[in-house]
Design a protein around this ligand. Sequence first.
Ligand SMILES: C[S@@+](CC[C@H](N)C(=O)[O-])C[C@H]1O[C@@H](n2cnc3c(N)ncnc32)[C@H](O)[C@@H]1O
Length: 237
Amino acid sequence: MTVPHDSWAAGYDHLYEASFGAFYRQLTQATLQVITRAQSAPARVLDFGAGTGRLALPLAARGYEVTAVDPSAQMLAALAQKPGAGGITTHVGRMQDFRSEGSFDLATCVFTVLLYLLTEEDLVQSIVAAARALRPGGQFLLDIPSRRLFQDAGYSDDSCARRVRITPVTRQIFDYEETSSIQVGGQTRHFEDRFQIRYWPSGFVRAVLLENGFDLVRDLSADFAATGSEYLLLRRR
Ligand SMILES: C[S@@+](CC[C@H](N)C(=O)[O-])C[C@H]1O[C@@H](n2cnc3c(N)ncnc32)[C@H](O)[C@@H]1O
């Protein structure tokens, strides 16, 4: 079975940094600021859907003990190759299957990780996994992508070309198709991926959070409006 992102993990950073431009770096700084204000280092941070370490690496550099969870072994391999990754624990697996008992101070699940969850059971089990992994009072930063993110996108410059096609399958499930290329050492490297994603209405996700042990600390959505997602900081009861 193919795992989303495995086939293009080697091009992911280049494609995201190029296609999102300065916004990507600003978003990273804004997200780090929320995390470091919510929980100062040293502390144990669990990064669900950590990808290539956009947050895990700078958090580790700031003195946090970071565990990076992601089902894509290739995304985590890209993370592990980077300078500063030595102190980060990586775990190849899905958020909904993660088992840890109350040992983390803060968990993150951001930059559209939620839309990879395709069933209500996966959503509930993911939120249960986050609650179980946090100590009482531990905090959880989560983004909920809005429906307007579910549309085709494209980008190209001298170094890469990116095409994302989003096709509705049902009212909530969409096919995601990535067809991209980057220039490396005079050669063109092509990447393709295809998987499904799901739109989750915010009210539904908020109800699941409340039912499974989280209270809202702060709704940060206005500060993160440019992402097209709601950003919530929650606390485990
Ligand atoms: C768009 S990337 C975001 C990466 C990172 N969170 C960031 O902020 O840059 C989404 C990541 O979610 C991961 N992912 C997909 N399904 C997941 C699941 N069920 N549990 C945890 N992570 C998942 C993907 O492999 C990918 O690395």
